[in-house]
Design a protein around this ligand. Structure first.
Ligand SMILES: [Zn+2]
Ligand SMILES: [Zn+2]
Length: 128
């Protein structure tokens, strides 16, 4: 019996017989009925799992996570998985959706560094 079925059976038993679950209960006819009901219970509605990754995630890692996500759909109850790439500041992890406190902007088109990070830890000693 899977842990989910077990949990369902306990719930059926509690609602049906109004009794508390105990170790002995698994030997009663009520328990057998509850297990039967739990097996017949419709599965949970399928869900879609969304995974967001920073834009600068290496392609190799994106591929691996995408493959993993596809593997997840084999698991019962998960209908679909989607992997999104989100532009994420490499300094603080802020995104277009969730910027820094007080607001920030991208310092360049190509560099994923937001304005708050650019002023806080500007590269030192790079150009001398
Ligand atoms: Zn930042
Ligand atoms: Zn920011």
């Amino acid at each position: 019996m899977s842990p989910e079925t077990h949990q369902l059976a306990v719930e059926f038993l509690e609602t049906k017989a109004g009794i508390e679950y105990s170790a002995d209960v698994e030997r009663t006819p009520e328990w057998r009925d509850a297990v039967d009901q739990a097996h017949e219970a419709p599965p949970a509605p399928p869900i879609t799992v969304s995974i967001t990754l920073p834009m600068y995630t290496p392609q190799e890692l994106v591929d691996r996570i995408t493959a993993l996500a596809e593997g997840l759909t084999v698991v019962e109850g998960i209908k679909d998985t989607e992997v999104y790439l989100v532009r994420t500041c490499r300094g603080c992890g802020c995104t277009d959706e969730e910027g820094c406190f007080g607001g920030c902007w991208w310092t360049s088109e190509t560099d994923d560094l937001c304005s708050s990070c650019a002023t806080q830890d500007a590269p030192t000693g790079a150009q001398r």
